[in-house]
Design a protein around this ligand. Structure first.
Ligand SMILES: [Zn+2]
Ligand SMILES: [Zn+2]
Length: 155
């Protein structure tokens, strides 16, 4: 075990807070329009982690909403401050996964670096990094699902 504290985060008003108790599976940057709106940012920056590896406080204050059918992903905001909280991924045959926006973590939290971009064709700005970039619905969904499967099988 490492001695550095586990990453912690919260919504803006701190009514909903969480601590990671296990490893982050991966971190991804999504440029789709729903992520842009949900995060009020040029793109979504999320950490994927097993739901069982996150200790959530104030979970009853999270209001979840799905923005697309089928509702595989529901996005949660704090009911009090409307700040982004946790996104829940419910894929068949998979363990429950949370996607936690990087912006919710405390500034001091040590987070893994992002490993790819998806929906890059919807980007508001170019990114000069060397990360893989997928454009379009199917390639983006496939890259994300592949990252999820690979990381789940590794851990
Ligand atoms: Zn809040
Ligand atoms: Zn997205």
């Amino acid at each position: 075990m490492t001695t550095s504290p586990m990453p912690r985060g919260s919504c803006s008003c701190q009514q909903v807070s969480f601590t990671l108790t296990g490893p982050v599976l991966f971190r991804a940057l999504c440029h789709c329009s729903i992520c842009q709106r949900f995060n009020a940012a040029p793109y979504g920056d999320v950490l994927a982690i097993r739901a069982g590896d996150v200790a959530v406080k104030g979970a009853e204050h999270i209001a979840y909403r799905s923005h697309r059918q089928p509702p595989l992903l529901s996005r949660g905001r704090c009911a009090r401050c409307d700040g982004v909280a946790i996104e829940r991924l419910n894929l068949p045959l998979m363990p429950k996964i949370y996607l936690i926006p990087a912006q919710t973590f405390e500034a001091a939290a040590v987070l893994p670096k992002a490993s790819f971009h998806i929906f890059y064709d919807k980007r508001q700005q170019d990114h000069a990094d060397t990360l893989p970039k997928s454009s379009g619905y199917l390639p983006s969904e496939l890259r994300f699902t592949r990252a999820l499967l690979t990381s789940l099988l590794k851990k």
